[in-house]
Design a protein around this ligand. Structure first.
Ligand code: ZN
Length: 87
């Protein structure tokens, strides 16, 4: 069983075809999937908390690791050079 399988946000089908890739502002590559069941095209981050983020995932991981290690929000953001409201 795959915990994070990508499903179509329109019909819920899990049999998807990779379509294209694109580069987000932070330089990371994201994939566009095509659902052969309903014909929808969507990004791998659609309907996730990561949709629309402009911050690198590696930077988010660094901040979350700092928070998990007991660092406060202000200290974690200062250490990682980001504001509390950074997207
Ligand atoms: Zn679909």
């Amino acid at each position: 069983m795959e915990l994070f399988a990508i499903c179509c946000p329109e019909c819920g089908a899990s049999d998807l075809d990779p379509h294209t890739t694109y580069i987000v502002l932070a330089g990371e590559q994201r994939r566009i999937y095509h659902c052969p069941t309903c014909g929808a095209y969507f990004s791998e981050t659609k309907n996730t908390p990561l949709a629309g983020l402009r911050t690198r995932l590696s930077r988010i991981t660094t901040v979350l690791d700092a928070l998990n290690d007991g660092m406060g929000v202000n200290a974690a953001c200062r250490t990682c050079h980001g504001g509390q409201n950074s997207r």
